[in-house]
Design a binder for this molecule. Structure first.
Ligand SMILES: C[S@@+](CC[C@H](N)C(=O)[O-])C[C@H]1O[C@@H](n2cnc3c(N)ncnc32)[C@H](O)[C@@H]1O
Ligand code: SF4
Length: 409
């Protein structure tokens, strides 16, 4: 997962009124862990199902210039995070692996010169399986990247074709195999419920990923996202029952292989979970830099969300004209906080402790007791005071997460 789901921004009139309300109400004794997200907005080619902030690279682009812009943006945000150490870094896209090892090395050195990065920090880079990208893996490891996440999607030639991917089945196998040479921690993103896909084909993709020795697997059901060619001209997707069968079969196969299902779409061998993503789901803080990157930063009296200029052109222009990199900024209101917290924390299969709700929102559990009770009554949430963590979605709640979330929104 590149960045967490960002809720809709309220209209300015309402925002002004509620910002005052939240400023009066929120008060944090301690700040949450801080992660750093870095966005790389270019790809070899735009996939027809993808609504991420990614743009087909026109001819060449100046990678060193972009790295310097990222560091310039980071410097502009430093006053917001003074004294705080960074516990994880995630380079996501788009396609970060379009960047050479030298560019990533320059970036990581630049980060180290400006930030306190914890010695045990997880540093992930998202890579595409194209052969050219694969050639960078060794240098990434030498530069300090310690986890690689590969966007495989499928190992099946026909499905890669139907997804409009810019790599072959052999390249996908070779990329994961090569990644395991240099990295102890390798994730593969696999999508299922693909056009005309059978249950057997969906399971075959999981089997190949396991054979190749991935330590983490993200299994996403293909969704039709508005403003994509797939949304405008939907391909022939498996029906809901078949998709559900695929999901259950994937969960069962990964459980047999010793993978823990710890988040809606995430599976990991012991100690191999994505610490960066868990920080999102536990409603931790993150500073995002790069075109379209999102931030969530807590201070002692409130929480602010920001987004950097989304279009790469506007982003680069802000850098060259020494203007602000921030396109939008708003405080999260006290009323919106329970929904925002739940939108993340309820994705965790093992749930969370009610104390975490207080630490991350500064609100009292009593404030949301009626919604919690309703969710329990509907069989969507489980509460067990004898266990820790004590609050978790029921199997039904995990399956129908949107229904559960609407109770808190
Ligand atoms: C930031 S994206 C892309 C990473 C990388 N550029 C790639 O394509 O290999 C991260 C992951 O989101 C998933 N994804 C993207 N679009 C999706 C969609 N419409 N439905 C489900 N999963 C999607 C893919 O598995 C993808 O690897
Ligand atoms: S390569 Fe990845 S980020 Fe780029 S368009 Fe395809 S799915 Fe989206």
């Amino acid at each position: 997962m590149t960045q967490p789901i960002i809720p809709i921004v309220f209209d300015p009139q309402r925002l002004r009124a509620s910002t005052l309300y939240s400023a009066a109400k929120l008060s944090f004794k301690a700040l949450p862990p801080l992660a750093l997200y870095i966005h790389f907005p270019w790809c070899v080619k735009k996939c027809p199902y993808c609504d991420f902030n990614s743009h087909q690279v026109q001819s060449s682009f100046d990678e060193i210039h972009y790295v310097d812009c990222l560091l310039q943006e980071l410097e502009s945000h430093l006053p917001r995070i003074w004294g705080r150490a960074v516990s994880s870094i995630f380079m996501g896209g788009g396609t970060p692996s379009l960047f050479s090892g030298a560019a990533i090395d320059r970036l990581i050195q630049g980060l180290r010169a400006r930030l306190v990065i914890l010695p045990e920090a997880e540093i992930t880079l998202e890579a595409n399986p194209n052969s050219a990208d694969k050639a960078h893996f060794q240098r990434y490891r030498e530069a300090g990247v310690n986890r690689l996440s590969i966007g495989v999607q499928s190992f099946n030639a026909a499905h890669l074709e139907s997804l409009g991917r810019a790599h072959t089945m052999d390249e996908a196998v070779a990329a994961v195999h090569h990644a395991r040479r240099y990295f102890d921690r390798v994730n593969a993103d696999i999508m299922y419920a693909l056009p005309n896909q059978s249950l057997a084909a969906a399971l075959a993709d999981i089997e190949i990923a396991l054979d190749l020795g991935v330590t983490h697997l993200s299994a996403y059901q293909l969704t039709l996202e508005p403003n994509t060619p797939f949304f405008a001209h939907p391909p022939n997707l498996p029906d809901d029952d078949t998709s559900m069968d695929m999901q259950e079969a994937i969960e069962a196969r990964l459980a047999r292989a010793g993978f823990m299902h710890y988040e809606t779409s995430a599976f990991a061998l012991p100690d191999q979970h994505s610490r960066h993503n868990v920080n999102y789901w536990q409603f931790g803080d993150y500073l995002g830099i790069g075109a379209g990157a999102h931030s969530k930063i807590t201070s002692h009296d409130g929480i602010v969300r920001m987004m950097s200029h989304k279009s790469p052109k506007a982003y680069l222009e802000a850098a060259s004209k020494q203007r602000s990199f921030t396109q939008t900024e708003h405080a999260i209101t006290a009323e919106a906080l329970p929904g925002e917290f739940m939108m993340n924390a309820l994705r965790l299969i093992d749930g969370f402790d009610t104390q975490l709700f207080y630490e991350r929102t500064s609100l009292s559990w009593v404030d949301i007791e009626p919604m919690v009770q309703k969710a329990i009554d509907q069989g969507l949430l489980c509460y067990d005071a004898r266990q820790s963590p004590i609050m978790r979605p029921s199997p039904q709640g995990a399956r129908f997460l949107n229904t559960l979330l609407t109770l808190f929104l």
